[in-house]
Design a protein around this ligand. Structure first.
Ligand code: ADP
Ligand code: MG
Length: 276
């Protein structure tokens, strides 16, 4: 693994992370030896074809799922060795998660959902922070509504505000703009970026949208449970170009091609462009 200058503090990291689902004929290696570090205050986008392990990686990093082997650190804490109660506390105090399926509490209003992590932690929001969040995600006029009375986009924005309410050290988002139009998506991405730049929060976001990835300062590409490429200072055009190479490996027309695409040597040498 490359040496990281000691001045760069690491908010989260995974070392040789492996996650296997099932066994025997039905075994799936969702993660196949992932090594990655997330510097404090960095905004990383994770991209890759469907089934490449993006959600599994996010869930293992956030302590929502246990890896088969390897380790995950949040700050200096090795979380794979923690018991359930300790893990729950660490998640509550330091991690925010924007779920792909929102996971809002149906009986609570939008405002109550947003404030829930603060209540669970027995904390008050910093002055002005909740107001800024609510205005940025444009939910001011929907605060008294329950999730069933909100559109998909409004539910997603509620989920995002909830994840940011406690100002956690690290925020994970699984397609956090997947249900938003480009303006609402841009507002949320701008909020994520400014919470990284202004407040030193660490953001890790799964997305399939090159325009969303361009808000990040780094893009990591997954394929077949492995990191196959990385891009600093992404632009939508460069990300799109790189994705085209990656998608080819997955939509291979026959089994032989699919096997070749999952061969580690091919995967390692495939999409990476040494000049770009
Ligand atoms: N709970 C599970 N049980 C069995 N297989 C799973 C489970 N979750 C994910 N997988 C499999 O692991 C692989 C990676 O899934 P996932 O992390 O959801 O990919 P992505 O988010 O990139 O689409 C896929 O082949 C998926 O079918
Ligand atoms: Mg997923």
């Amino acid at each position: 693994m490359a040496e990281v200058p000691t001045a760069v503090r690491v908010a989260a990291s995974a070392t040789d992370l492996v996650k296997v689902y099932g066994s025997g004929d039905t075994e799936v290696r969702a993660l196949d030896g992932v090594d990655i570090r997330f510097p404090v205050g960095g905004f990383t986008a994770i991209m890759g074809p469907s089934g490449s392990g993006k959600s599994t990686l996010l869930h293992c990093l956030a302590g929502l799922d246990r890896p088969t082997s390897g380790s995950v650190h949040i700050g200096d804490t090795e979380i794979t060795g923690l018991g359930d109660a300790e893990l729950t506390r660490l998640r509550r105090d330091r991690i925010g998660f924007i779920f792909q399926a929102f996971n809002l509490i149906p009986t609570l209003t939008a405002a109550e959902n947003i404030e829930l992590p603060l209540r669970l932690a027995g904390r008050r929001a910093e002055a002005g922070w909740l107001d800024r969040l609510i205005d940025t995600v444009g939910l001011r006029h929907r605060l008294d509504h329950r999730p069933s009375e909100l559109s998909g986009g409004q539910q997603q924005r509620t989920a995002a505000a909830r994840a940011l309410a406690t100002r956690p050290d690290i925020v994970f988002g699984d397609e956090p703009t997947g249900n938003l139009d480009s303006r609402a998506g841009g507002d949320l991405l701008g909020l994520l970026r400014s919470s990284a730049r202004e407040f030193g929060q660490t953001i890790v976001m799964v997305t399939h949208d090159p325009g969303a990835a361009a808000f990040a300062d780094r893009v990591v590409f997954l394929a077949d449970g492995r990191i196959v490429d990385e891009m600093a200072d992404p632009t939508a055009d460069r990300v799109l170009e790189r994705m085209k190479h990656l998608e080819l490996g997955v939509s291979a027309p026959d089994a032989a091609d699919a096997a070749a695409a999952s061969d580690p040597e091919v995967a390692d040498g495939g999409p990476a462009d040494p000049n770009g």
